[in-house]
Design a protein around this ligand. Structure first.
Ligand SMILES: Cc1ncc(COP(=O)(O)O)c(C=O)c1O
Length: 393
């Protein structure tokens, strides 16, 4: 008998984590690898948040289990945050806190999907959605968005993907990996379509505060009462507050679904680590000035590196509006170098140029690679210089 379940055998490892591990392994062998793989800020968690966590440990508050769905004080902080950035406050029974937005997403799928239920996922998309849906026996229904439409899904495409098993539409704006943001009108049309067909919207808004050059994030859940009732918002502090290691995520929406997610938490992780909950309270309610400093740093990097990347032969890239990724189309670059497979091309860049990128294949984009610009400007400039030299060789 094989030791492993089909569930695990069928599952893909996260390509971003795999690419980062590969870069680290080569570095450990003494190679001078520049890694642009991981989607996490290179800043440490702001001091006021660190201090709040230390205090919670030292005064004993962080020693104990909390309510499975999260500390009441944290829910108040999240409700205030929603009021400020989404335009509506929420009662405590519409909020659940968990171990990273990633686990919250998994618990959401486990809460709403029966075997065979379909989730529409426009691609390119973040690597984990498809596997998470499969893990709970749901069916991911993916389709390609076009670069001509800035990688955004249209209602026409959604309608073509809809069946009588469609239960959820997944929307991620700003998007990982494309960095594109849906406009208010686009979201209104999509929201109305979802309401008309009674499809739940899962709005992964994790990059909502990381927007640049005057672009704005619109929350689909804030567009109308009907859309809000149909939407579960997933968000967290990882990206905005440089807190990836603390693993704080939350969901806001329909109380029955929220209670389902809390039930799963109660039977799996019990609760988000108490000290992280105290840190998150400070993140959401404390001094916000460091957040803007980090956002501006990302913006500066984007504005510096985007024109340089466009000069790399065979790389064609749309300027992202948010998140911290560039997602160039490398079809021409692959042709120039004699590759047909983007993963092999990415591996060649790693071996020969010593720059670690993430293959677009894991995001459902066989002609693209992803570069994270959540790293310092000198590294970014040198990485792009190496890419250019690689292509010109
Ligand atoms: C689109 C998207 N959603 C969710 C997450 C998960 O974030 P967290 O660190 O809160 O688990 C990520 C992290 O890479 C992401 O890119």
């Amino acid at each position: 008998m094989t030791k492993l379940s089909n569930r695990v055998l069928d599952m893909e490892e996260s390509v971003t984590l795999a690419a980062s591990a590969r870069a680290k392994a080569l570095k450990a062998q003494g190679r001078d690898i520049l890694s642009l793989t991981l989607g996490e800020p290179d800043f440490v968690t702001p001091k006021n948040i660190q201090d709040a966590a230390i205090e919670a440990i030292q005064n004993g508050k962080a020693s104990f289990y909390t309510v499975a769905s999260g500390l009441p004080e944290l829910k108040v902080a999240i409700s205030d945050y929603m009021e400020k950035f989404y335009g509506y406050a929420v009662p405590a029974n519409e909020i659940v806190v968990g171990t990273g937005a990633k686990f919250i997403l998994y618990a959401f799928f486990a809460t709403v999907l029966n075997p065979g239920d379909e989730v529409i996922i426009p691609t390119p998309c973040w690597v984990s959605y498809v596997d998470q849906v499969k893990m709970v026996d749901g069916v991911p229904v993916t389709f390609q968005t076009t670069e001509a439409n800035d990688f955004k899904a249209t209602v026409k495409q959604l309608e073509a993907a809809r069946t009588d098993r469609t239960k959820v539409l997944l929307l991620n704006s700003p998007s990982n990996p494309t960095g594109m943001i849906y406009s208010k009108d686009e979201l209104q049309a999509i929201g109305d379509w979802a309401v008309e067909h009674n499809i739940l919207i899962l709005a992964d808004d994790i990059y909502g505060r990381l927007v640049y050059n005057g672009n704005e994030f619109t929350a689909i859940s804030g567009l109308s009462e009907a859309i809000r009732k149909q939407t579960i918002v997933v968000n967290g502090v990882s990206k905005t507050y440089a807190m990836t290691g603390w693993r704080v995520g939350f969901a806001v929406g329909n109380p029955e679904i929220i209670a389902g997610i809390a039930k799963i938490i109660s039977q799996t992780t019990s609760n988000l680590t108490a000290v992280s909950q105290y840190a998150a309270i400070e993140a959401l309610t404390g001094d916000q000035s460091s957040i803007e400093v980090m956002r501006q740093a990302f913006e500066e990097r984007l504005n510096t590196i985007y024109p340089l990347l466009n000069e790399v032969p065979g790389f064609e890239v749309i300027k992202p509006q948010g998140a911290f990724y560039l997602f160039p189309n490398v079809k021409k670059a692959m042709e120039m170098k004699g590759y047909t497979d983007v993963t092999e091309f990415t591996n060649a860049i790693l071996e020969e140029a010593e720059v670690a990128l993430v293959t677009g294949a894991g995001f459902g984009a066989p002609e693209n690679v992803r570069l994270s610009y959540a790293t310092d400007l000198d590294t970014l400039k040198e990485a792009v210089r190496r890419l250019k030299a690689f292509m010109e060789k």
